[in-house]
Design a protein around this ligand. Structure first.
Ligand SMILES: [Zn+2]
Length: 92
């Protein structure tokens, strides 16, 4: 059986494709986890989109830390149990 595509071209064998999908999926999930974003979403995005998803997650803003909600007045991340915002000093 002949291999389709020329060496170094854009045609990957199924094994190469799976290896790249796993590598990019794990890299995207790792970056997303560090940035407090949903790593499961980025795992799937990285597996399907590869380097495009990696660039996107690196460019994405850092998400709210776990247990935090945005202040209704200034949108800063504050603990969910807070009664006064530490940034704008208003009651929440
Ligand atoms: Zn606030």
């Amino acid at each position: 059986m002949q291999r389709r595509g020329k060496p170094g071209g854009l045609m990957y064998s199924p094994i190469e494709f799976i290896v790249y999908a796993v590598i990019f999926g794990l890299m995207c999930a790792l970056v997303a986890n560090v940035k407090h974003r949903r790593w499961t979403d980025w795992l799937v995005a990285g597996a399907f989109l590869g380097p495009i998803a990696l660039v996107a997650v690196l460019a994405a803003p850092v998400g709210d830390p776990p247990g935090c909600v945005p202040c209704p007045h200034c949108r800063s991340a504050i603990p969910a149990a807070a009664t006064v915002c530490r940034y704008c000093s208003r009651s929440v």
